[in-house]
Design a protein around this ligand. Sequence first.
Ligand code: F6P
Ligand code: MG
Length: 436
Amino acid sequence: TATLPPQLAGKFKGSFAYNTIKDRLPLILTKVIDTLHRHRNEFFEEHGEKGIESEKKAIAYLSRLRNELQTDKPLIALTDNLPDSTLWNQCLEYHQSLSDEPPSWFQSPWLYTECYMYRRIHEALAQNPLISDFDVFKEEKVHNFFESQQAIILMSTYLQDILKNVEKLDENLLKKEFLKLLQVSLWGNKCDLSLSAGADSSQKSDPLQSVEELKPFILVDHMEKLWSLLINKKNMNKQTTRLDIVLDNAGFELTADLILSDFLLSSKLATEIHFHGKSIPWYVSDTTRRDLNWTIKQMQAANHKGMSRCGVCWEGYLKNGLWIYHDHLFWTSPHEYCRMAQVAPDLYSELQKSNLIIFKGDLNYRKLIADRKWEFTVPFHQALNNFHPAPLCSLRTLKCDIQVGLKPGQGEQLTNTEPEWMIIGKYGIIQFDAAS
Ligand code: F6P
Ligand code: MG
């Protein structure tokens, strides 16, 4: 591994990783503590004094955690005995074996310590069975959904209009709609709650209207390649086309992903769609099974024809197995994707069955290229470092300072005109790798 560039880490003072660990992560922890406080009555109503006790214990644990982080203490082993604790503790041992200094919040790779923080938040609750089921980020995710309501209405209406005569759309029109919905799904990734540390980050403008205005901000645009792959497959007839989407954030982004998925299924550009979500609350807004079910229920119950129609169809797709939801503990592990074949061979072989895997969002991108400081011009295929289960594509708005596959000079020019281009979520990529 001596030839690979280093991973991002908090030890690089002034870097985005450093600022995140110093400012953003403590803020997220403070909000979690505050959320538990505010739900005290609920815990009391459900479990009496014991509920309050659990809440207090979880809060004490989280305050300690925040202190460990802020004072760069060594990382410690998990004690909650959940199915993935051993994996995490092995990972800790591995990092301990790397140097004489114990792994710590700022010194160790940022990808590892940040994932570790979310896993420790989970431990704070898991240790208290009465409240272990409580999703500390639920409120923010719900808020994002409701704040994006107008945009969701627009999207649902638009989708229902297309679906009315989707059978009759010629290839050109089909392509036009595909590209549009794909871009809405890309820009939906602006709505994550980790970069904003939980502050409102909902979709306010008309997402369809923005598509043309935002085009110049797509730095890597492989939309044509995706289209060729899907339409060629469709024209081969009678084939199954399996699409996998590794989901990111609940709220507007998830809704945009589901709208794209409905379109792909209804137009037969895909015949089955597999979604991959998180099994525990993660990076504030990431989608869990509960978030998906909640979203579909909300759509159904909405006082709007287009939305409720979507909700009813989506529930049907899940029931009939046209849409399939999976969660796997690997997605909430700290591992880079080049290690998947070794660490989670079952998941890797599942993904090998796919015709196209879409990875949504920034964290997935970081894991795809192992959070390494690659040169901007290194080919995506190379940075994937042997992670090639199937053709894959990243839809990501840039929220951390790594990027590969740019044209010579492109990154430098952006740095000159807009020094913060990599971390403000203004730019996006649709970056494809053919796997072979
Ligand atoms: O805070 C770390 C980080 O990975 C950022 O780089 C990014 O802003 C956010 O978390 C997650 O973004 P996304 O929801 O797009 O994966
Ligand atoms: Mg996310």
